[in-house]
Ligand binder design. Structure first.
Ligand SMILES: *Cc1c(COP(=O)(O)O)cnc(C)c1O
Length: 387
């Protein structure tokens, strides 16, 4: 691999201490400003569909998602968060039931379980990663367990085949959260298409964005029917709008080529940082398929970076113009009245305390930008090691 040396960043002095920033122009914004989206706005303005309850865009989007994910049913919703709740309702999860969830996950998933009246059962993630450890499912099981919620997080894929096989044996239903990996492929099948219900998000920062929105994907006609009945309040209670559907259509076409560019960027970055101590990348796709990258994650190495070092690391990188932030807070500190914990969840503790995430827009900027991100990370780590 030829490494492109960024000429203007020869200074070792950190931007946070007054040195030259690696990205003086700052981090790229999302979504990119593009003509095809403007054309959508013109078209929905001129045909009036922007103001209708139902024109053709919602249906076209449903059809395209069905084709892309190879699931016969799609329910479009107003957010990914609500889509998780609706998926649980569609699977008949309710009061008195338990739902297995990783000790480190999107905060809304814990709330979605509570919202249907069920109790989260927290199980650990894999050591050194973020996805639910399939080997621990049996220990989390009990007669009240009705479902498991499993997320693909930060570029790591969860082992859906093992999880679904275990769940089928136990009569447990699976909700697969693919909000962070639309277009990803897990063990030969689309991420989101493995579970009894899959969920994707069209939130403002996501790879497919309408500012807000989401969808439930399912092979089960009854799941779709139960969601429809629950959502019907004399009118749709959790809808996606025509306007939102219209702006998603051109993005769906660009998802695969963009995912490919992001994958190449991540490979380059990981290769560039291979010899750098301090950061431990996740298992990337874990040999399970091809991830798509919404946030790309690392765990900070406790040997190099102290417990409070994460704040310092992130502040320094942000000053360099790199959009990196903390991971989720996880649920390890949630009270025992709100959930049942299986063991002490050591890997979830580490994930909650040590995860740092690179936001996706920079991944579309090409190899030179990746070398600059790697350089910024090296520069910050080396300054911290000296300090
Ligand atoms: C973004 C996200 C969601 C849902 O988000 P919304 O903003 O409500 O659409 C759910 N799960 C994960 C893992 C996410 O990253």
């Amino acid at each position: 691999m030829t490494i492109i040396h960024p000429v203007h960043v020869d200074s070792q002095r950190l931007a946070i201490h007054g040195g030259a920033a690696v990205f003086p122009e700052g981090a790229p914004t999302w979504p990119p400003v593009e003509e095809d989206i403007l054309n959508v706005f013109r078209a929905i303005w001129s045909d009036g569909s922007w103001a209708r309850y139902q024109a053709e865009h919602l249906e076209t989007l449903e059809q395209q998602l069905m084709r892309q994910f190879k699931t016969p049913y799609v329910v479009l919703t107003c957010s990914g968060t609500v889509a998780v709740e609706l998926a649980l309702r569609g699977l008949k999860v309710g009061p008195g039931d338990e739902v297995i969830l990783a000790g480190y996950d999107f905060p809304g998933n814990f709330r979605a379980i509570e919202a249907v009246g069920a109790i989260p059962v927290l199980t650990d993630v894999v050591a050194g990663g973020w996805s639910l450890d399939a080997c621990l499912l049996e220990a989390a099981w009990g007669p009240k367990v009705r479902a498991v919620v499993v997320s693909h997080l930060h570029g790591e894929l969860a082992p859906m085949r093992d999880i679904c096989r275990w769940a089928a044996d136990r009569g447990v239903r699976v909700v697969e959260d693919a909000c962070q990996t639309p277009g990803g492929l897990v063990q030969g099948q689309a991420a989101g298409a493995w579970g009894d219900a899959g969920v994707i998000s069209f939130g403002g920062s996501k790879l497919l964005t309408a500012g807000r929105g989401g969808a439930v994907l399912t092979h089960d006609a009854q799941v779709r029917q139960r969601i429809r009945i629950f959502s019907q309040r004399g009118n749709e209670a959790f809808p996606l709008s025509e306007m939102q559907a219209a702006v998603l259509l051109p993005q769906l076409e660009k998802l695969a080529p963009r995912n490919q560019r992001r994958q190449q960027a991540v490979s380059r970055l990981v290769e560039r940082l291979a010899g750098v101590s301090g950061l431990m990348p996740g298992k990337i796709d874990g040999g399970l398929g091809v991830a798509s990258y919404y946030k790309f994650g690392w765990l900070l190495d406790p040997k190099t970076i102290s417990e409070h070092g994460r704040t310092e690391f992130l502040a320094a990188l942000q000053a360099e113009g790199v959009a990196m932030g903390e991971g989720f807070r996880g649920f390890v500190r949630r009270g025992n009245r709100r959930c049942r914990k299986v063991g002490t969840l050591p890997a979830s503790h580490i994930a909650a305390e040590r995860t740092v995430l690179l936001h996706h827009p920079v991944l579309l900027q090409g190899p030179e930008a990746m070398d600059r991100v790697a350089w910024a990370i090296e520069k910050v780590l080396s300054a911290m090691n000296k300090g």
